[in-house]
Design a protein around this ligand. Structure first.
Ligand code: ATP
Length: 369
């Protein structure tokens, strides 16, 4: 397998549009890297430059220390799996997987060995004689993976490989891909829109916006310590709640005022607000829905972090409930236990877990805490 290095990678399309700006990333052998970001942020363009399907306008792409910018796609030792897996309909599963190797004039017995090994890994052994139309979506996607595996590439690139599958199959395939990563010890770069795929599959996630990398980190670190307002809002579902809050420093007391609510900042969170000179300024206060509590005991223990509002929407999702309400004209979400007595129209009291708050500079949108 392989390590990759992207140094100052740029993409300017012929119409002058700059889709990727100064992309820097070192990918270690066996890493599972996820590119996420809103539609049009440059994920696929970056992946296609690595594959050699798009020219690189600036910067250097190295695979195992060798510059690859001008190397033909077929000579990069990379396999790409797309969302529309484009199997040959007239060929059996076996022949679909064997096709690329036949073209390369690989000896027949070697092809047979590789196809059967890939079929074993992907649990396709019983389906080798079938044509694609006699397969389910998930099985077809596994054949597409099989086609990539038999080539034994240095790097796998996957562009939303599961987006055409229904929700249940997606979960199954996600587990398959995770196992595959472990079994093959492969270096994988994977593009997705899907939060859950990103959080569960990635060893590291690259969050992009408008062609610019915002943050590269483990799923856990991205969730707990986003570097700016965009990443905080993009990672996590339902998304983090944001509200404007005025900082007040009074001796050693620090409070955040949101409309009529005054929230006391705990000792662990004061320093950044004081040292940053935020006294009297408005910041963006962030709190994840699971850190907004409706339980009586939590509220009783946190009298200085209480927010009152009327429930607008009650959503039961089985194992949890989402409650939607407004604070100072901003919609908020609380993720609470299904035993909650609260329903649409109820006057509700919530307490924020102030140890879990985030704050962002209103101008730069960078994280303060
Ligand atoms: P999605 O999640 O919707 O697939 P993406 O993050 O993968 O989006 P890209 O496909 O990389 O985004 O596109 C990045 C930007 O480059 C988009 O604004 C797109 O419109 C633009 N773009 C893509 N291909 C071309 C092209 N051939 N010429 C000009 N602009 C292009």
């Amino acid at each position: 397998m392989a390590s990759l290095s992207l140094k100052g990678i740029q993409k300017v399309y012929p119409n002058g549009f700059q889709a990727v700006k100064d992309f820097n990333l070192d990918i270690e052998d066996k890493e599972f890297i996820i590119f996420v970001g809103p539609s049009g942020c440059g994920k696929s363009t970056t992946l296609r430059m690595i594959a050699g399907l798009e020219d690189i306008s600036g910067g250097t792409l190295e695979i195992d220390g060798k510059v690859m910018n001008d190397v033909e796609p077929k000579d990069r030792d990379i396999a790409m799996v797309f969302q529309n897996y484009a199997l040959y309909p007239h060929m059996t599963v076996y022949d679909n997987m064997a096709f690329g190797l036949k073209l390369r004039k690989v000896p027949k017995d070697e092809i047979d060995k590789k196809v059967r090994e890939a079929a074993r890994i992907l649990d396709l052994e019983k389906l080798l004689d079938r044509k694609p139309k006699a397969l389910s979506g998930g099985q077809r996607q596994r054949v597409a993976m099989g086609r990539a595996i038999v080539r034994n590439p240095k790097v796998f690139l996957m562009d939303e490989p599961l987006s055409n599958l229904d929700a249940k199959l997606r979960v199954q395939m996600r587990i398959e891909i995770s196992k595959l990563h472990e079994n093959l010890g492969a270096t994988i770069i994977y593009v997705t829109h899907d939060q859950t795929e990103a959080m569960t599959l990635g060893t590291r996630i690259v969050v992009m916006k408008d062609g610019v990398v915002q943050q590269v980190d483990t799923p856990q670190n991205l969730y707990n310590t986003p570097c700016n307002l965009f990443v905080a809002g993009f990672i996590g579902s339902p998304q983090m709640n944001f509200m404007d809050a005025v900082v007040k420093v009074n001796g050693s007391d620090v409070t955040l005022t949101v409309g009529e609510h005054v929230l006391k900042v705990p000792a662990s969170k004061k320093k950044a607000l004081i040292d940053g000179g935020y006294d009297g300024k408005t910041v963006v206060l962030g709190i994840r829905p699971e850190d907004v509590h409706d339980s009586e005991s939590f509220i009783a223990n946190s009298p200085d972090s209480v927010i009152r509002s009327k429930i607008k929407v009650y959503e039961l999702l089985g194992a949890e409930v989402y409650l939607y309400f407004d604070v100072e004209g901003t919609q908020m979400t609380a993720r609470v236990n299904p035993r909650t007595p609260l329903r649409n129209g109820d006057d509700a009291v919530f307490a924020l877990d102030m140890e879990k708050i985030h704050a962002f500079d209103k101008d730069t949108e960078l994280t303060i805490l």
